[in-house]
Design a protein around this ligand. Structure first.
Ligand SMILES: [Zn+2]
Length: 566
């Protein structure tokens, strides 16, 4: 270590002193690119020079950006020349908030989301069962109550779809399960069974279980579903990482993880090295010196390379639909939500982490929860005399307008999710009414957050929403569904330009992990992490952004995804 520092220092000193010029041959070699990309539209993200035509890559970094003619000069024997033919290049996408294991598993699970008609639901279940003949159970999640005329599904409906093995399908809110007859038989649920405390075995008029199990009664069947083994989770992670690269992601921030999952992630990234992952460990409620030492050990172990531990993540409050997000004013029907901490407890824990040089990420959705998070960050900086920790509030769904300037003033990153304002049936039919009109107007206020001068990092919260960045950018720019509804967008004053949305998914997300000097824009010396897209995000009409294809993803100079058509 010290030897390396000495050598570097000597080189630096020689450089600063304008030391001996290197031999000519060597100089030529140093300016030769491994690959050049010319004839495109390159959005560098650099403030002084946002757009150019071409870039040159050498090793793992960007050698140069500029006009095609200038970049051509970096080509020599052995340099691969790629003609972009007008295509759009951007820095690699960075997802500022996701859950890799949950997201990866969601790729394999049967998903029933957004199937609002029973026939569509049944078709998805049938297709999944046919595609997975060896799966001992047919399991899935995401069905909506609206798909069933009576409000609840029945085993008779699923028996005709899945008869050869047990089936168990969980509703979108996770509060009701739907079993076929075989699953009920395995669980021993009969007309004689009694409903457990805090749950209900739903019955027909003859007293027979219908197959719908509410709340704690879900365990009767749910506990029989085979649990995944570590190697199955690792396999899912490998697929998830490959999928992330196909969506144009070169980096992602893992929002909370335990030691076992971190080890699985390490192994998966070793096998599929197609993503850089910045990790937030689960935040300890009581960060004792022993707990901090344990986490410090992980930070030391994962301090470089593709897997880097640098933050902790905790939860200040819950979510809007369950009315657990902490609010100043009551929800329609009462209740102001449930903060997980008192302000004093939160202040103490945040100050302990801040004092130990940790970045703290706090999930806070309600206006009161957001105020509590900001108060804790401001207090920690004051108490410890620290600055530049870049603590983060995650989600920030319903901030008080007056609290937005506090982000910039305290150097707190606004970590929001581009698809959260996606105005589908759930959003308009459940989320917005639960907030009420006054709060709904200031929800997912992306533009107001930008206007307040905060650094805003975009993410997906995958698997809550897909981590397809193009879909996220489309939503942030239009505030409509992919079908274009509602016309003009939901709360259209909060629409962003495509360039702002791109910046939040690149430079700003890099800033949010203390890495904007290495990545997030395209400039000489920065990591050669970039994407080539099928169309120019800055030029296409907003409603066509969603049709953009990721043609090539490059991570540290290496291709991690290439579309067939490229
Ligand atoms: Zn999350």
């Amino acid at each position: 270590m010290s030897r390396r520092v000495t050598v570097l220092a000597a080189v630096l000193a020689a450089f600063l002193a304008g030391g001996a010029a290197p031999p000519k041959a060597k100089e030529a070699k140093a300016s030769q690119a491994d690959r050049i990309f010319v004839g495109g539209r390159v959005w560098t993200g650099e403030p002084g020079r946002p757009l150019c035509e071409a870039l040159a890559v050498r090793g793992t970094t960007v050698l140069a950006v500029g006009k095609s003619a200038a970049i051509q000069r970096h080509a020599a024997k052995g340099t691969e020349v790629v003609d972009l033919r007008g295509r759009f290049v951007a820095p690699g996408f960075i997802d500022g908030h996701l859950h890799l294991l949950g997201g990866s598993l969601s790729l394999e699970e049967l998903r029933l989301d957004d199937a609002f008609a029973f026939d569509a639901l049944a078709a998805r279940i049938r297709d999944w069962a046919a595609a997975h003949p060896d799966a001992p159970w047919v399991t899935g999640r995401g069905w909506a109550y609206a798909a069933f005329p009576a409000g609840l599904p029945s085993r008779a409906q699923i028996d005709v779809v899945v008869a050869d093995r047990p089936a168990w399908l969980v509703s979108y809110d996770g509060h009701t399960g739907w079993a076929n007859s075989m699953a009920l038989r395995l669980a021993g649920v009969t007309r004689e069974s009694e409903s457990p405390a805090g749950g209900e075995i739903v019955r027909d008029e003859k007293g027979e279980p219908t197959g719908a199990l509410k709340e704690s009664a879900m365990d009767l069947v749910g506990r029989l579903v085979p649990k995944l083994l570590p190697h199955e989770k690792e396999r899912a992670l490998r697929n998830g990482i490959a999928q992330a690269a196909a969506w144009g992601l070169t980096s992602a921030h893992q929002a909370g993880i335990d030691g076992e999952e971190l080890e699985l992630l390490r192994r998966a990234l070793e096998a599929v090295p197609r993503l850089r992952v910045y990790v937030a460990l689960d935040m300890e409620r009581d960060p004792t010196p022993e707990a901090l030492a344990r986490q410090e050990e992980l930070r030391r172990r994962f301090s470089g390379g593709r897997l880097r531990v640098g933050a902790v993540k905790g939860y200040v409050d819950g979510v809007v639909e369950a009315k657990t997000a902490a609010m100043f004013e009551p929800y329609p029907g009462g209740g102001t939500g449930l903060p997980n901490w008192t302000q004093e407890e939160l202040d103490r824990a945040v100050a302990a982490y801040d004092g130990a040089c940790w970045q703290v990420m706090l999930h806070a959705i309600g206006d009161r929860g957001i105020d509590m998070a900001l108060t804790a960050f401001e207090g920690a900086a004051r108490a410890n005399g620290t600055a530049g920790r870049r603590h983060r509030v995650e989600h920030i769904e319903v901030p008080r307008t007056a609290d937005l300037p506090r982000f910039r003033a305290a150097g707190v990153v606004a970590s929001t999710q581009a698809l959260f304002p996606y105005p589908n049936q759930n959003h308009l039919g459940v989320y917005v009414p639960t907030l009420g009109p006054e709060r709904a107007r200031r929800a997912m206020a992306f533009k107001a957050i930008d206007d307040a001068g905060a650094i805003q990092s975009f993410g997906s919260d995958w698997p809550v929403f897909t981590a397809e960045v193009v879909r996220g950018i489309a939503c942030a720019v239009t505030r409509t569904t992919v079908e274009g509804t509602p016309a003009g967008g939901w709360e259209p004053s909060q629409r962003l330009t495509a360039e702002a949305a791109l910046r939040h998914f690149t430079h700003d997300a890099a800033f949010a992990e203390h890495a904007e000097k290495e990545k997030g824009t395209l400039a000489p010396g920065k990591l050669a992490d970039f994407v080539i897209l099928s169309q120019d995000l800055l030029a296409v009409p907003p409603e066509r952004i969603k049709d953009t294809k990721v043609l090539l993803t490059v991570l540290g100079g290496q291709d991690t995804w290439r579309a067939r058509e490229f």
